[in-house]
Ligand binder design. Structure first.
Ligand code: SD4
Length: 348
């Protein structure tokens, strides 16, 4: 009996080792139509493709989805040509770059920072809030002091380019978010050539990055990070660092994230709503559509003039998106989908 148990345990271990090995050597763990798609990583907007590649480095080795999403969103956070996330993000109306970010793992652990200044990798601070404190969310100076205590160095995030855009904005000082480029609303839409990995196609300077992933073990995690709406009031916090609004993960069901005008997402607790709808059997796209429809129902006139997009993946690796206005897209990378960019269907 003892021997048989020992044999079964050894057989299980070697099977696990084989499948992990398969992942690291790029063998497709996904068999169409029968098993879940895993690993897989999805992120908002076209700049998500570069982020997905960094996440894939973790996933393809059998790494944890949590590590993958953190590594992935750090790419746009650090990019000086990206004015909507992290370093060189557009500032608030007082010229201060304030970052919002959150992260959530398969166990329901989560961490968040809001209105964080002077630290590029807000997502890593959020992760440390999750791992090193009894809390979930730190804001403003408290978040900064915590980051410094963890070894982060204080930086100036306002680059000359972002400062120039802000000074230009100051001439009129009108807070008018522009659809699909809410985080960089002063400048012209096609301004950016953020494409460090020379990916094919045009890459524009878009807004928040929300990323969700399933690792080879079938576990889900998500991350969301942003400099928020350009030229917002100082102290304004959007949906992105709010668990349930900008991001939600439930390892039994799926994960969702959002982009666009955060006030609308908070009003309906959007990402949590999308996950709960998937729990009831909605497909990812249908769940996103229902969330968008709720925003419209609350105030159809207001909804006409703004953008919100949701992106969701379920436990099987099926994914979908939906947005208010045309223009939202997301990038998908798995053994089956080569970092393709998919347009979200829109309500209007
Ligand atoms: C916010 N949801 O701060 C973010 C901004 C965004 O597309 O995603 N813009 O409200």
């Amino acid at each position: 009996m003892q021997d048989r148990r020992h044999f079964l345990k050894a057989a299980a271990l070697s099977a696990a080792a084989l499948s992990l090995d398969g992942v690291s050597s790029h063998a497709a763990p996904y068999v169409k139509g029968s098993k879940a798609i895993k690993p897989i990583v999805l992120s908002t907007w076209d700049f998500g493709r570069a982020a997905n590649l960094a996440a894939w480095e973790v996933l393809k080795k059998g790494g944890r989805a949590l590590d993958a999403v953190e590594a992935g969103v750090k790419v746009p956070e650090a990019d000086p040509n990206n004015h909507t996330v992290g370093y060189s993000g557009y500032p608030d109306r007082d010229g201060r770059v304030t970052l919002d970010a959150c992260i959530m793992d398969e166990l329901g652990n989560c961490g968040s920072v809001a209105a964080l200044e002077h630290i590029t990798h807000a997502i890593s601070v959020a992760r440390l809030v999750m791992e090193k404190t009894p809390h979930i969310m730190l804001v403003g100076d408290g978040a900064l002091q915590f980051a410094l205590s963890q070894g982060f160095k204080k930086e100036n995030l306002l680059t000359p380019e972002s400062e120039k855009a802000w000074r230009e904005w100051l001439k009129k000082s009108e807070y008018k978010p522009v659809m699909n480029i809410e985080n960089s609303s002063y400048s012209t839409e096609k301004e950016t050539t953020f494409n460090p990995l020379k990916l094919p196609g045009n890459v524009y300077n878009h807004d928040t990055i929300g990323m969700v992933a399933i690792d080879a073990a079938g576990n889900l995690s998500g991350a969301c990070t942003t400099s928020g709406m350009a030229f917002k009031l100082h102290g304004r916090v959007g949906d992105s660092p709010i668990i349930g609004a900008g991001l939600y993960v439930d390892n039994e069901v799926g994960a969702a994230t959002s982009t666009g005008v955060g006030e609308e997402v908070i009003r309906i607790v959007g990402s949590h709503l999308v996950v709960e709808l998937m729990r009831q059997g909605y497909s990812p796209e249908k769940a996103c559509k229902e969330a968008v429809t709720r925003i419209v129902k609350k105030n159809p006139e207001r909804a006409k003039g703004l953008q919100v997009g949701f992106l969701a993946v379920n436990k099987k690796g099926e994914h979908g998106a939906y947005c208010l206005q045309k223009g939202f897209n997301y990038a998908v990378l798995s053994n089956d989908s080569n970092n393709v960019l998919i347009d979200g269907k829109s309500y209007f």
